[in-house]
Design a binder for this molecule. Structure first.
Ligand code: UDP
Length: 253
């Protein structure tokens, strides 16, 4: 088979040229990074879990009419996606204070917010993805006012969907990040959910125990990251083969 052309290599995923024009293959790596890649490790199985989980969430979103870049999963680590023009913003939705918001505002992690809050960070590793006001987004031309309104509406729909799905399996959706891309259709453009939705980009707490089931397990050294992600997958019924495997055969005399 001819070697595929690599289009882009990020921290957790690699993009290759797809089989048709306008498509890409998104490969999920096992690499984990935090604190702007100051902390890094390879977590065996993470890429496989995130590929499945992202497929599950993106497919669910499309079923309720939220457009995404996802086309189909190809294998354990790869999915076929539509090529989109990524808007250089991280769109963050928060239901409870945590992480950078809790720090910035001096709030205790887990404090419920009066309503979901949508905020934007400018995607630039060298600047540490700074939080930016909407004024910057318009003034610097990253998105129009109409795009911004559409991005907020899209992010809130994703929040309602993800909150409900997680609540159904005893998990609280504390916050999450999505990326949004432009898809061109002739003279028209639409905004679609792109990148991935996985425990790498969400904060997920067990409702009963408060146990963290997301990348904070890695960021804060709280245990085995792949186990946490496998627990999310198990509860959602994604990857039934994460059930305990039969023990090794024993020799019968
Ligand atoms: N997040 C992400 N990528 C980033 C920054 C944040 O996926 O580069 C997610 C993060 O996992 C959390 C939410 O966005 O679910 C809010 O993150 P926060 O701003 O609190 O930043 P952090 O505390 O992770 O630095």
């Amino acid at each position: 088979m001819a070697r595929r052309k690599k289009i882009y290599e990020g921290k957790a995923k690699t993009l290759f040229e797809g089989p048709e024009p306008g498509t890409l293959v998104q490969y999920f790596k096992d690499d984990a990074t935090a604190y702007n890649a100051e902390k890094r490790d390879v977590i065996e199985g993470k890429g496989v879990l995130n590929n499945r989980l992202s497929e599950y969430f993106m497919t669910g979103l499309s079923h309720i009419g939220v457009p995404t870049h996802f086309l189909k999963r190809i294998n354990m680590r790869e999915q076929l996606i539509r090529a989109v023009e990524i808007i250089p913003l991280e769109v963050i939705v928060r239901n409870y204070a945590a992480g950078s918001m809790a720090k910035r505002m001096g709030m205790e992690e887990g404090t419920p917010l009066p309503r979901p809050i949508v905020e934007f960070s400018y995607k630039d590793d060298s600047l540490g993805d700074p939080l930016v006001p909407e004024e910057y987004i318009i003034a610097f031309g990253w998105a129009s006012q109409q795009d911004l309104d559409d991005m907020v509406a899209l992010a809130l729909r994703v929040n309602d969907f993800m909150s409900g799905v997680m609540y159904g399996v005893g998990i609280k959706l504390v916050d999450f990040k999505i990326e949004i891309g432009r898809l061109y259709d002739g003279d028209y453009q639409r905004l679609v959910v792109a990148d991935e939705i996985s425990p790498d980009s969400c904060r997920l707490w067990d409702i009963e125990s408060g146990q963290k089931l997301d990348k904070d397990v890695f960021r804060r050294d709280l245990g085995d990251l792949a186990d946490a992600y496998a627990e999310v997958a198990r509860r959602l019924g994604v990857m039934p083969n994460t059930a305990p495997q039969p023990s090794k055969p024993t020799l019968i005399n």
